[in-house]
Design a protein. Structure first.
Length: 74
């Protein structure tokens, strides 16, 4: 067995380990979307700041942030 075969085996082992424990970033982001617009049900990440939520409420619905996001605080 040459060095190339050993290196390939190591890559395969590491890929198997990483595949079992690694979590997709998109799945993590989807789970973190817990701010929901009461009008259109669009979801926003937990880290979304108030100005972005106010902009959504004004531009999409001509409402205040409190009307679209009753649980969100500034």
């Amino acid at each position: 067995m040459g060095n190339g075969a050993k290196a390939q085996q190591k890559r395969e082992r590491n890929a198997a380990k990483a595949g079992a424990s690694a979590k997709s970033q998109t799945k993590t982001n989807e789970a973190a979307k817990n701010i929901i617009c009461a009008t259109c049900r669009q979801t926003f990440l937990l880290t979304t700041r108030a100005p972005a939520l106010e902009e959504h409420a004004q531009n999409k619905h001509s409402k205040t942030m409190a009307e679209c996001f009753p649980g969100a605080t500034k």
